[in-house]
Write a protein that binds this ligand. Sequence first.
Ligand SMILES: Cc1ncc(COP(=O)(O)O)c(C=O)c1O
Length: 379
Amino acid sequence: MIFLAVPNLTGNEKKYLDNCIETTFVSSVGEYVTRFESMVAKATGSDYAVATSAGTTGLHAALTAVGVKHGELVIIPTFTFIASANAVAHCGAEPWCMDISADDWCLDPKIVRQEMNRYCEKKGSILIHKPSGKRVAAIMPVYTLGNIPDMSLFRSIADEYELPLVVDAACAIGAEYNQQPFGKLADVSVLSFNGNKTITCGGGGAVVGNNKELLNLVRHLTTTARVWPDYDFDMVGFNYRMTNVQAAVGCAQMECLDDFVKTKRWVRIYYKEALNGKGDFSFFPHTEGSSCWFSGIVLPVSATLKDAKYICDELKKRDIEARPFWKPVHLQKPYRSSPRGKVFVAESLWERIITLPCSTNITEEEMQKVKSVLCLVLS
Ligand SMILES: Cc1ncc(COP(=O)(O)O)c(C=O)c1O
C-alpha cells in the first residue's frame, strides 16, 4: 500500500526514546521538551515556543490567553479541520465561519473585512456582532496546506478592530512568507505534530509568538496555572503540557525538517508536472514559500463527493491510499447554527478534492505508480 501521509521515523527517534527510558524522564519535565521548544521557536522565527500535548490543546490555551470567553465569537474559515472550531467551542465561544479564497484555500481577508464592516459595531472598546449581540473576540486564519494568506491585510484588520490575531498553523511547519518563517505574523500561532503532519511527535503541538507576556500566560495555562514551589494555583489552568517522550520524537524529527519540507515541495511539483494535461482536473493551490503539507487534485465543478469517493475507492483497490479533504465547519452537526457568512468557495470546492500520497519518505517510483493508476481510473 502507498499510504497518504505516514510518519518518517528514520532519524534519532529510537535513540532519544531510549534515553527517556534510561533516565526515567518520560513525563512533562525533561531536556527534550526544552530542546524541542527552542527548535520550534527557531524554525518558526519566534522568540518563544510552548510545547503542548496536541494542536487542539495549544489552540484552546492560545485562545484563552488572548481573552476568548464564554458567549463570544471567533472568526474562522469554514474550510478547516474541525479542531479549529472545537478549540473555539472549548472556550465556551462560537465560531463565526467565513469563506476562503480559491487562490490559497485560506480565510479570505477581504471577505473578513466586508463581513465585519457590515455586521459589527463598536460599543466602547467592545466589538459586537449585531445579529447575535455577541462580542467578537479574535480572528483566527488557518494556514491551509502550509499556505500563508495576505497576513499584512489580516494584521491591519486586526489592528483596526483591536482584535487579537491567532493563527491555526497546524499544518504549516516549514512554511515561509516573504522568505521569512511565519512566527512574527500573528500574536500567536499554533502548530500540530500529530501523525499525519510533516513533523510528528506521535501527537503534540506548540504555541509560538514574540509577545513574552502572552507566551508566558500560555505556558502558565498549559501547566495547570501552578505557582511554584507550593500547591498554589492562581487560575483555572489546563494539563496540556507535552511530555518528554513526545518531545524526544519531536527533536529527532525537527533535525530532518529541511529535508522533509524539501520532499513535500518536490512531491507537489512532481504530481503537477506528471499529471498536467492528463485529465479534467486542477491542482492544490500553493503560495510562495508554502510548506506543501498535502498535495493532490481538484475535480471539475460538475463533480460531487460521490465522484471523489469513487476515485479514492478505485485507487485503494490498487493499493494507493487517497482521500477527500475537510468538510466545512458550517456543515458539521455541532456548528450548523453558528453564525456564518456567504461560503460559496468552500461549498463548491470541498467535495471535489482528492489528496494523493505525500509522505516524506515517498519514492519517485511510488509517485509514478500513483500517476499511472490515477490516469487509468480517470480515463
Ligand atoms: C487545521 C488543523 N487545525 C488543528 C488541528 C488539530 O491538531 P491536533 O490533531 O494536534 O490536535 C489539525 C490537525 O489535526 C489541523 O489540520
